[in-house]
Design a protein around this ligand. Structure first.
Ligand code: GBH
Length: 465
């Protein structure tokens, strides 16, 4: 990827913001179905209306313009484009995204399109979902329809968002659609392998229909941060542990996805660890999965601090044990898993670019800060402003240290439907008093806006010099 301007953006996803769940021919996705089952979503709500972005596109664009971003990452709902998952293309669905792209470009905002952000067509789940070896073929047909329509204007593509959550939450712990609690390792590894093949088919379909496309894949990880910065050995340990496959949770092991995609094969330990449970993996599969990409997409919210603990009586030979600091002792955002650890982005960028040798884009980073409007009707979300500034500081530090980072996208533009958690957790720069979908800018909107303005000015200065 040519190193043009740094992308300062914001990100959303279709099911979380669009609403319009059955409009203009849209079909049913696994999230439409899952959210309709009582008790699946913590507040009992669903994404039928969400932020109503399906009808409020112009307001969203105006917000992005005012924010001053030069990029916007959104996802496409497969079920708008091909309502049954396979078969007939629905032009009306494509028209919606085509108009969105035109409006973005009119405002000098580069569209980054995610092709799969979790909303699998329900009929394809019934055919086996990620257990179905044909799923990648259906994906290819959908991607082809999208890229044929938008590829003349959209140049930045992401095949899949967060495989860890698709498999880990959707198929293993059951907190996301389709809510499976799979215990058979064989089936988990099969789902992972089909997901990787789906990525491969997606890349092919993009390249075939858009010759100058920049293509990436998006993962999510907690970085392992060395607590003692002077101990190079500790950082090396963190790096090694970061790419380790965890036997008891393959779905949450980043390298199980990233190694095949960026390096062409699963890690050696994968074959040993799961010798009895391997899916069928052909040479053709690995070639399909391993196609040249243009960037590593990474979402990060929280990380872990690591240290070498003094030997306890239980460890032999006095070897100091690699230990993760208890996250419960860390300052936390308004959602349990989000420890405030800005340094994480620095180490993530370092580890991932070191192993995979590609430019990196932070495709998501954001804070759950549930501050409600004050008596002045404004939202003084100071903690979110501090969060953004501190994480961006480490992104910039990594850049200065020579790590090839090309962009930062704040998650999210709007408060939205936070999956199994419903509408309670708020990540937006803009507040919505659900079910009312009026948009109210928060203080952090101004913070991010000023930050972008300042950084863009600096980049311009840098170029002149
Ligand atoms: C992203 O995923 C999604 O892409 C986005 O749609 C969502 O709205 C946003 O973040 C905010 O949640 O392994 O201990 O950290 C979330 C990333 C990864 C966070 C899995 C929670 C589980 C607990 N998630 N993680 S832990």
């Amino acid at each position: 990827m040519d190193s043009g301007d740094f992308f300062w953006g914001s990100a959303t996803s279709a099911y979380q913001i669009e609403g319009g769940f059955n409009e203009n021919g849209k079909g049913e996705s696994i999230w439409d179905r899952y959210a309709s089952v009582p008790k699946n979503i913590k507040d009992g709500k669903d994404g039928k209306k969400a932020c109503d972005s399906y009808h409020k596109m112009d307001q969203d664009i105006a917000l992005l313009k005012e924010l001053g971003v030069n990029a916007y990452r959104f996802s496409i709902a497969w079920t708008r484009v091909i309502p049954d998952g396979k078969g007939k293309v629905n032009e009306a669905g494509l028209d919606y995204y085509s108009r969105l792209v035109d409006e973005l470009l009119k405002n000098n905002i580069t569209p980054f399109v995610t092709l799969y952000h979790w909303d699998l067509p329900e009929p394809l789940l019934e055919e086996g979902g990620f257990y179905d070896r044909n799923l990648p073929t259906y994906f290819a047909a959908y991607v082809t329809a999208v890229v044929k329509k938008l590829g003349d204007r959209v140049k930045h593509w992401i095949t899949i968002n967060e495989p860890e959550c698709i498999i880990g939450n959707g198929y293993v712990n059951g907190t996301h659609a389709p809510g499976y609690k799979e215990t058979d390792t064989k089936k988990i590894l099969l789902a992972i392998h089909n997901l990787l093949r789906m990525h491969g088919e997606g890349v092919k379909a993009i390249r075939d229909n858009c010759s100058d496309a920049k293509v990436g894949f998006v993962g999510t990880d907690r970085a392992l941060i060395p607590q003692d910065k002077d101990d190079a050995h500790l950082e090396e340990e963190c790096y090694k542990h970061f790419f380790k496959i965890q036997k008891d949770s393959p779905a949450w092991s980043g390298a199980i996805y990233y190694d095949p995609i960026y390096l062409g094969d699963y890690p050696k330990e994968y074959y040993k660890m799961f010798a009895d449970d391997l899916p069928s993996i052909s040479k053709e599969d690995l070639e399909l999965i391993h196609q040249p990409l243009d960037f590593i997409g990474e979402n990060n919210y929280a990380s872990d601090y690591c240290f070498l603990a003094e030997p306890s009586t239980s460890t032999k030979k006095g070897k100091r044990v690699f230990t993760i600091k208890d996250p419960k002792t860390m300052p936390c955002a308004d959602i349990w898993w989000e420890q405030i650890t800005p340094e994480g982005v620095y180490y993530l960028a370092k580890y991932l670019t070191k192993r995979y040798h590609l430019p990196l884009i932070f495709t998501e980073n954001g804070m759950c800060d549930n501050t409600e409007p004050s008596s002045d009707h404004l939202i003084h979300d100071t903690r979110r402003s501090d969060y953004i500034k501190s994480y961006v500081d480490y992104v910039l530090k990594a850049k200065r240290d020579g790590i090839d980072i090309r962009g930062y996208f704040y998650w999210s533009l709007l408060d939205n439907f936070e999956w199994g958690e419903g509408y309670k957790p708020r990540f937006g720069l803009v507040y919505l008093p659900f079910p009312d979908t009026t948009r109210v800018k928060k203080d952090s909107f101004e913070t991010y806006k000023n930050l972008i303005k300042e950084q863009m000015a600096k980049e311009k200065e840098g170029k002149k010099a």
